[in-house]
Ligand binder design. Structure first.
Ligand code: SF4
Length: 180
């Protein structure tokens, strides 16, 4: 956990209604090859979403990108809607987070970059190919797509998170806003 280096960023996040935020060192995120393997084998969306593997940098490149930042804000969200409303909940928070990233950029942090909490579903049905993305300025990878082991990374920071066994359990979601 870090002291906030940029109060203006805190203010942008607060105004967006993002209240559970924690400044962290990007290097505190664990990047692991096994996370990418889970995307490649077992995920029904592999190759079907333009924000996900295989349309992302290599695990090594993801690790290197985190190394180019000194600061990040971990944003915790709890999806507290019924399972059939999760798609629209995710889309509305994706928009909100991308707009917060834009505000941080406009505040002078030109390197601001969002790793989102869920694969992009802004269009309902994804084109699956980044070259055909309908909203390329809003397309962002997830933390998992960047091979971040979210479970162990956030547990080390004090969050209790566990695998949900029932679709009606409210899932914890995490996004990471990289800032310099
Ligand atoms: S904006 Fe649409 S086409 Fe682009 S990644 Fe998101 S869902 Fe897919």
């Amino acid at each position: 956990m870090k002291i906030s280096p940029f109060p203006e960023v805190d203010s942008i996040l607060r105004q967006a209604g993002l209240c559970d935020c924690l400044w962290v060192a990007p290097s505190s995120m664990t990047v692991s090859q096994w996370v990418r393997m889970k995307c490649m084998f077992g995920c029904p969306d592999y190759g079907k979403n333009a924000s996900c593997p295989p349309h992302v940098p290599s695990v090594q490149e993801c690790r290197e990108l985190l190394g180019e930042y000194s600061h990040a804000v971990l944003i915790h969200l709890v999806c507290d809607v019924h399972s059939e409303e999760r798609g629209s909940w995710c889309a509305s928070y994706q928009k909100l987070l991308v707009e917060a990233e834009r505000q941080v950029f406009l505040a002078g942090h030109e390197k601001a970059f969002l790793l989102s909490f869920d694969n992009c579903n802004l269009c309902g049905e994804c084109t699956a190919d980044p070259r055909d993305c309908r909203l390329p300025y809003m397309r962002r990878p997830t933390m998992e797509a960047f091979a971040i082991d979210v479970y162990s990374s956030v547990r080390r920071l004090g969050y209790s998170i566990s695998v949900k066994k029932d679709r009606e359990e409210k899932p914890d979601r995490f996004a990471l806003l990289l800032v310099e």
